[in-house]
Design a protein around this ligand. Structure first.
Ligand code: ATP
Length: 234
């Protein structure tokens, strides 16, 4: 499926509006990071809106239980209940592998880093084994991961797993050196450039890192209502 993520900021300025697409068949996994208030949730909801329009099978985990994702679909869990939903998603993945079939399934996980860091050593290793398994083999079996967090440092996702996430985004202007190194290694970010609201950085396979601009919504709170309405007929 082709999902519109936003537009090249440069092209928008020039009135051409070149879109960035997430081609989920080619790039199964995506990381969305950024500062508080940078627009991660609004962008993630725009993405989920497109998935719901196409009746894709999705599961949503929201570790912070902030009310951004509840009441939309039944495959939803928050805080500690994320364990069970993740387990269900993983078991379905294992079954698909066993049957050597393909099934298009999306796991949207908000505040993944806080969730991972809430685990003790043993649980953390088990969690990483599952995430690693899905991230490496998900492409062949249709399983896609869309992880959202303010930060993805090396403690949370090691380099090998992070590299499986073909699209990496950072919403907001102020990016720490650590985040820049983790998400955009080998790219120079000029931190003296202040990005306007609704903008951020994006890296995609075989493309230079670029600046992305998300459409500004006059009433962003209505987007969740739209998701709830679409979720009802899901
Ligand atoms: N594209 C947009 N159009 C209109 N308003 C936006 C947009 N993006 C962000 N905003 C505004 O900024 C606020 C913060 O955005 P959002 O909740 O998406 O940030 P966030 O990165 O998820 O923050 P946090 O990490 O604190 O959850 C929103 O409530 C909304 O009012």
């Amino acid at each position: 499926m082709l999902i519109k993520l936003g537009y090249s900021m440069e092209s928008w300025k020039n009135g051409v509006k070149t879109p960035f697409f997430w081609d989920t068949n080619k790039v199964p996994h995506i990381l969305l990071s950024g500062i508080t208030g940078g627009g991660k949730t609004v962008l993630a909801q725009m993405i989920v809106n497109q998935l719901l329009s196409e009746h894709k099978s999705i599961s949503i985990c929201d570790f912070k239980a902030g009310g951004d994702w509840d009441s939309i679909i039944s495959n939803y869990a928050e805080y500690k209940d994320c364990d069970e939903l993740l387990e269900t998603f993983y078991n379905s993945f294992l079954e698909t592998i066993e049957q050597r079939t393909k099934s298009e399934q999306y796991l949207i996980f908000d505040e993944f880093s806080s969730y991972a860091l809430s685990k003790d050593n043993k649980e953390f290793k088990e969690l990483m084994a599952k995430i690693s398994h899905i991230s490496f083999m998900g492409r062949s079996f249709g399983y896609k991961l869309f992880f959202i967090s303010q930060q993805f440092n090396s403690k949370v996702l090691d380099t090998a797993i992070r590299e499986q996430f073909g699209i990496k985004m950072y919403m907001g202007s102020t990016i720490s050196t650590e985040s820049a190194t983790m998400l955009f290694p080998n790219c120079e970010i000029d931190k003296s450039i202040h990005l306007p609201k609704c903008c951020g950085y994006i890296s995609m396979p075989e493309k230079e890192m670029d600046i992305i601009q998300i459409p500004f919504l006059n009433e962003p709170e209505k987007l969740k209502q739209l998701l709830i309405a679409k979720g009802l007929i899901y």
